[in-house]
Write a protein that binds this ligand. Structure first.
Ligand code: ZN
Length: 463
């Protein structure tokens, strides 16, 4: 280590302790992300134990013009936490406490490094529920979930991460601590500053603590798989079920035929709940609190849908094991790896545009060189689709820009979103102007300059 590196490490260790700082070599021994084989490149990795320590680290960085990238569980999909060799990493892995749960106020106060799953479990132990849920729950940190405004499987009922956070404590680029740990559901006393930081992908401040809104835990779950003869039935069916279920609809996931076949045929382990020859399928879930009544209402609603020709067929889960098996089909996205290396998309568009968009994009992708299977699925109830376009591994890098041009280009006509729930990071930065006007992006820059004039926080991300 040269002398400037020795000084940096020594000064950071004076703030957070010797074991609180990994040097460049130790940092390189860590993985750059859950989905990535390469090592982490950075000058150092700093692990504060308290907000006060982090604030002191940021004061030091601010004085020395040191750039930082904040890390949570590293489960993101858009290179939002990538580092450069000249950055330092702030990891919140030693700030994982669930500090308090108030079952009357129905809130939890937690440190930002706590995993999503640990919060879900702590809430459940008190018969409450923290409804944010996504596949990476065991590794993803709540600070990262908030910083990226994560979505997931129950957005249709509870909203995105933004809708479940009541307050935050944030450290700014210059080390100022902003205590905004609001615990009230209603608080219109001036600007709601937490929303500046939620979804800012670590570019405006570092979230260190959160107050989360909890709900009463549903005790019953009803699920079904439905099959459709045509796409027009799906939005009608969604409206019908949402109305008939009186607010208890908690998930509405759709699968195009190719995806359904992929996850219900060997080598996939899933069994098909319905015949495999329908063009579209949906997985729906309703959660309530009265076993008999909920089941009756759910089954009646499906029955009327069938009689009204809103669905072609349906399979109803008869047990918890069935429910898990249904979700396992939806979650078995890894099967796309059978065909090569996927480029995964996360887009939003109006329901009325969805089918023609998907057909047009699939057609345009077929015109690109090579055979590239396309799998479409997603959170249709939220207007959010995921597309997996699978390329031969060796050609992935060369084909990616062409594939992106087709998928994102098709959204421009109706200002769809290039990022429904994954964020922008580095991956979608070139495409931001499809979803945001020049004026919006200029205002984003004004906000960034006001909060982080030296550009030290997660440099180069978003725009
Ligand atoms: Zn998703």
């Amino acid at each position: 280590m040269n002398s400037s590196e020795t000084t940096l490490i020594g000064n950071l260790r004076a703030i957070v302790g010797i074991d609180g700082v990994l040097d460049e070599t130790e940092t390189a021994g860590r993985s750059a992300g859950v989905w990535r084989p390469d090592g982490l490149k950075a000058r150092a990795l700093v692990r504060p134990r308290t907000t006060g320590q982090l604030a002191a680290v940021m004061r030091y960085c601010h004085t020395h013009d040191q750039t930082v990238v904040t890390h949570g569980g590293l489960t993101g999909l858009v290179h939002g936490a990538d580092t450069r060799p000249e950055d330092i990493v702030i990891s919140l892995e030693r700030m994982r406490a669930i500090e308090r749960i108030d079952p009357i106020q129905r809130i939890a106060q937690v440190e930002a490094g706590a995993t999503l799953q640990s919060i879900q479990e702590a809430a459940e132990a008190l018969d409450l529920c923290f409804p944010l849920d996504l596949g990476a729950r065991g590794s993803a940190s709540i600070g990262g979930n908030a910083a990226t405004n994560a979505g997931g499987n129950r957005v249709i009922r509870y909203g995105m991460a933004r809708d479940m956070v009541l307050g935050v404590e944030v450290v700014l680029a210059d080390g100022t601590i902003i205590p905004a740990l609001n615990q009230l559901i209603k608080n219109n006393a001036g600007y709601d500053l937490k929303h500046l930081f939620i979804g800012s992908e670590g570019t405006l401040g570092i979230i260190t603590r959160l107050v989360l809104r909890l709900r009463e835990r549903p005790t019953t779950t009803n699920m079904a798989f439905a099959a459709f003869d045509n796409f027009e039935q799906i939005p009608q069916f969604l409206k019908h079920m949402d109305r008939a279920l009186g607010g208890s609809l908690s998930a509405f996931e759709v699968m195009w035929q190719d995806f359904y076949q992929l996850v219900t045929r060997p080598p996939a382990k899933g069994q098909p709940p319905l015949a495999q020859n329908y063009p579209f399928y949906a997985l729906l879930e309703s959660q309530g609190a009265d076993r008999e009544f909920d089941t009756l209402r759910f089954n009646n609603a499906l029955e009327t849908a069938f009689e009204g020709e809103l669905i072609a067929d349906a399979a109803v889960a008869q047990s918890d094991a069935d429910c898990q098996a249904f979700w396992a089909l939806r979650d078995d996205v890894e099967q796309v790896m059978q065909f090569g290396r996927p480029v995964i998309f996360d887009i939003s568009l109006p329901l009325g545009e969805m089918e023609s968009y998907a057909t047009r994009v699939s057609q345009q992708l077929r015109e690109l060189p090579g055979e590239m299977p396309v799998f479409i699925f997603g959170h249709l109830g939220d207007g959010n689709l995921h597309l997996a376009v699978v390329t031969p591994p060796a050609e992935n890098a060369a084909l990616r820009p062409k594939i992106e041009a087709v998928v994102y280009g098709g959204l421009a006509a109706f200002r769809g979103s290039v990022s429904a729930e994954h964020g922008v990071g580095l991956e979608k930065k070139p495409w931001l102007s499809i979803s945001r006007s020049a004026e919006e992006i200029a205002l984003m820059r004004t906000v960034k300059n006001a909060l982080d004039p030296k550009g030290l926080l997660n440099p180069g991300k978003i725009f």
